[in-house]
Every structure is written in structure tokens, then in C-alpha cells.
Design a protein around this ligand. Structure first.
Ligand code: CTP
Ligand code: MG
Length: 442
């Protein structure tokens, strides 16, 4: 049951108190909450990360979505519904967004979501403060939604007292088709609307509708909140949506969002990132330990001691890559307690590190390594090592080696050290088949 709505009118004095705006002064009690559902896995996006944690211009979709909420006119309670095993990450993103937007007074709650979107909305509803009178339910996947759309939904809920959803006219011609693909007819699109989020409701109305759906065994039937509310017999109206409130569902949607952001900041260069790493291992005090250095086995040379194979060059590269990507260091990712990495060769660490760096949205630009030690004499096998490690990195690598002129622990022949510097660059978007519409107005 949806109907077009005329522009929001000012609150009427005969309507209840929640129809009047509140919470605009810092520290005042919020009467509006936004439940940001971010607990989905993003199957159709086909990323290694759950969708809300996938990066868009170097920041997670959840982070972008929270920026919109922080941009709203009034201070609202924000309830982030995150995957149960990623609550700490969601907390960190929420805290960063809060600090960046200088909104430390906005109440923020992070709760674990459920199996379906409706279960996740339920988890969000259970976290609402007592003071909340208007609830917006918003998909984190609609990461570029303008704050003005959220404000418009709140205003319309207040002025009408019923459910409000943003929607855009359907521009494509819609056909009904048979399973065979045969066209059965053309749907009249004049009364169709492609609806978006945030969807807003008086809190009591949404709670009652949800309870009604549970009592009648219809809870699982609805993919959006408005359908559930309308099914319970309550009016829901459509206000004009915004083209930037599109849902990021597929990799193509993510590319579109990336291009929109790039176009909006045409003069900001895409910044590469650099990182450096250092590693040292002592020579083993037995003749049985093999020497592995820069991914190669060095027969007849004294080995280096360590939990892994002691390949200082490979380890320094891993630290440089992880540092550039902001992912910590080799010790925090490949703990020495993990038996999988006991005596593992440098290639194993490097392959996994490159995978993590790519998942974080970066490609390797180049790597430069400096090995410091008396032995082995490296230069003869330099090309071999660069081919091997460059293949894993899919990037150019230069490996230099030096002694320290008999000075220090390397000069005394006690061990080998290596430093590495890595340059990463953000994964570029591919050119979409359709040029993006760069009009930021609805
Ligand atoms: N969502 C949720 N809990 C679920 C399922 C979905 O909080 N159990 C959220 C998603 O995080 C997303 C919004 O609901 O912000 C819309 O869902 P959708 O776009 O379908 O996201 P996913 O379910 O993550 O993606 P997919 O269906 O491709 O797996
Ligand atoms: Mg889904």
C-alpha cells in the first residue's frame, strides 16, 4: 500500500510530541534513531569481506553510510547492525566516523545481526533507546545516500504520522515474461516506484507491525520494512528518492560508486601508499639448518634460526606490504603460535600477504629490498630471486645485497638482516559499460 506524497508540511500542533523536531542541540536526547543494517554477507558482490566492510575509495561501505547519518540535521541514535563475528571492526569504524564528523554526543550502538535482513532489523529495534519516537531503517549497502534524504524521510514521518519510503520513478520499460523468456505483456510503469532506504516509521507503528507479522507467521515474507508495515494495514507513502541512494549489490555497482566519488573529487590525486619492513635472524648454531633467503634455498650455507625458515628478505617484504596497506605486521598476522607457519618458507607468507593486501583494495606497485650480511654471496642468484618473488608480487622487485664492512652483528657474521620498501596503489576501477550520471541532485 504505497501512495505518492506531496512535499512535507510543517508539524501540526494536534499531532503527538514526536512529530516535532528535537535533539538538534548538542547533548540533547535523541528522539530519532537510524538502524543501519550492515550484517549481510554480500554474496552477489563476490568479495572476500562481508559487504559492509568492502572498501569504496579506501573506506568501508559502512563508514560511508555512517557519514550520511552524521550529516543529518539533528543528532540521532545510530544503531549499527553488524555481522556477529565482526562487531569489533564495526565498533572501530563507527568510532572513526563519529570522531571524523565531530559528533561525539550522538548515541551509537553496535549489535549483532541475524540470518535475514528482518532478523537484523529486529536486533536493531531491540537496541533502541526509550526516548526514540521515529525510526529509520537504512541499508549500509546504500553507502552514498545523501544526508538530506534521511532528513526528508524524518520530516515526512513527522508531518504525516505514517510510514515513509523514498522512491524513484521506474524509467525502463518493464515486461512480464514467461519462464521461457517469451514476453507476456508490458507493465504500466506510471504507477511503479523503485524504492530505496532509509525507510522511516513512527516507532510504535513499526513495533506493532513487526509484532503483527510475527503473530501471523509472515515475518520472513518481506524484503523491506515498508512491505511489512503495509501488510499490517498501516499506510505507507513514497517521497522522492535520490539517485545516489542506489544499493551496491554487484561488483558493477561498486565500480559505479567508485566513479561517482572520483568524479566528485576530480582534483584529489589517487594517493599511493608506502611501507617499510625490517627483519633480522641469527645464524643457527647447527649445520643441519638449511639457509633460505629471498625465497631461494642456498645449499652448503649456514642456515638462519627462527620459527619459520628465517628468510629475512621475505619477512621484511611482508612487513613493508602490510605496513603500506595499514594491516599491521607479520607477527600479528602469522602468529608464532600457529603451527601452519612453523618452518614455512617465505613464499607462503608472501603469497598470503599479497592476498590480504589485494583484499584491502591495493595492488603492489614495486618493492625494493636490501639484504645485509656477509653470506651468502647474493649477486650470482639475484635474477633468480627477483623472478621468483616478483612473480608472487605481480610487480617489479629489486633486491640489493651488501656487507657492513666488518662492523656490527652482520659484520661479525652473527646473522643476516634485510630491509624492504613497498609501494602500493589503490585498485583502479575498470571503465563501466555505461557512463555514470554525475548529477548529484535528485
Ligand atoms: N542485511 C543484514 N542482515 C542480513 C542480510 C542483509 O543486515 N542477514 C543488510 C545488508 O548488510 C545490507 C542490507 O541488509 O546493508 C540490504 O541487503 P543486501 O543488499 O541483500 O545485502 P546482502 O544480503 O549482504 O547481499 P547479498 O544478498 O548479495 O548476499
Ligand atoms: Mg541479501
Amino acid at each position: 500500500m504505497t501512495a505518492p506524497l506531496s512535499p512535507p508540511t510543517p508539524p501540526r500542533p494536534d499531532l503527538p510530541s514526536w512529530t516535532r523536531r528535537s535533539g538538534t542541540a548538542p547533548g540533547s536526547i535523541a528522539t530519532v534513531a537510524v538502524i543501519v543494517v550492515a550484517a549481510g554477507s554480500g554474496t552477489r558482490l563476490r568479495n572476500t569481506e562481508p559487504k559492509a566492510f568492502v572498501l569504496l575509495s579506501g573506506r568501508s561501505l559502512l563508514d560511508h553510510a555512517l557519514d550520511s547519518i552524521f550529516g543529518m540535521h539533528e543528532t540521532v541514535q545510530i544503531v549499527v547492525v553488524a555481522p556477529g563475528d565482526r562487531l569489533a571492526d564495526a565498533h572501530a569504524i563507527a568510532a572513526q566516523a563519529s570522531a571524523r564528523n565531530a559528533q561525539p554526543t550522538a548515541a551509537m550502538t553496535v549489535v549483532a545481526g541475524g540470518r535475514t535482513r528482518q532478523d537484523s532489523v529486529d536486533a536493531g529495534m531491540n537496541a533502541l533507546d526509550l526516548s526514540i519516537e521515529v525510526v529509520l531503517v537504512h541499508d549500509a549497502a546504500r553507502a552514498l545516500t545523501p544526508a538530506s534524504l534521511c532528513d526528508a524521510v524524518v520530516d515526512a514521518v513527522r508531518s504525516t504520522g505514517h510510514g515513509i519510503i523514498p522512491g524513484l520513478p521506474v524509467v525502463d520499460t518493464i515486461k512480464r515474461i514467461a519462464p521461457s523468456g517469451a514476453v507476456l505483456g508490458t507493465v504500466d510503469r506510471s504507477d511503479l516506484s523503485a524504492v530505496q532506504t532509509p525507510q522511516g516509521f513512527p516507532r510504535t507503528l513499526l513495533s506493532e507491525a513487526r509484532a503483527w507479522a510475527v503473530r501471523n507467521g509472515r515475518f520472513e515474507a518481506f524484503t523491506d520494512d515498508a512491505a511489512l508495515v503495509a501488510d499490517a494495514g498501516h499506510p505507507v507513502s513514497v517521497i522522492p528518492g535520490h539517485r545516489l541512494a542506489f544499493k551496491i549489490t554487484t561488483p558493477e555497482d561498486l565500480e559505479r560508486a567508485e566513479l561517482i566519488l572520483q568524479a566528485a573529487t576530480p582534483h584529489s590525486p589517487v594517493m599511493p601508499r608506502i611501507g617499510m619492513g625490517l627483519d633480522v635472524h641469527a645464524y643457527a648454531d647447527d649445520d643441519n639448518t638449511e639457509l633460505w633467503l629471498a625465497g631461494l634455498f642456498w645449499p652448503g650455507e649456514t642456515g638462519l634460526s627462527g620459527h619459520s625458515d628465517g628468510d629475512v628478505a621475505a619477512h621484511a617484504i611482508c612487513d613493508a606490504l602490510l605496513g603500506a596497506a595499514g594491516l599491521g605486521d607479520i607477527g600479528s598476522i602469522f602468529g608464532t603460535a600457529d603451527p601452519r607457519f612453523s618452518k614455512a618458507h617465505g613464499e607462503v607468507f608472501l603469497t598470503e600477504t599479497v592476498r590480504l593486501v589485494r583484499a584491502a583494495g591495493y595492488l603492489v606497485g614495486n618493492v625494493s629490498v636490501q639484504i645485509i650480511g656477509n653470506r651468502p654471496r647474493f649477486s650470482a642468484r639475484r635474477g633468480e630471486a627477483e623472478t621468483l618473488l616478483g612473480g608472487i608480487l605481480s610487480a617489479p622487485i629489486n633486491i640489493a645485497a651488501t656487507t657492513t664492512d666488518a662492523l656490527g652483528f652482520t659484520g661479525r657474521g652473527e646473522g643476516v638482516a634485510a630491509t624492504a620498501t613497498a609501494l602500493l596503489y589503490p585498485v583502479p576501477s575498470t571503465v563501466p559499460s555505461q557512463a555514470p550520471d554525475l548529477n548529484w541532485e535528485a
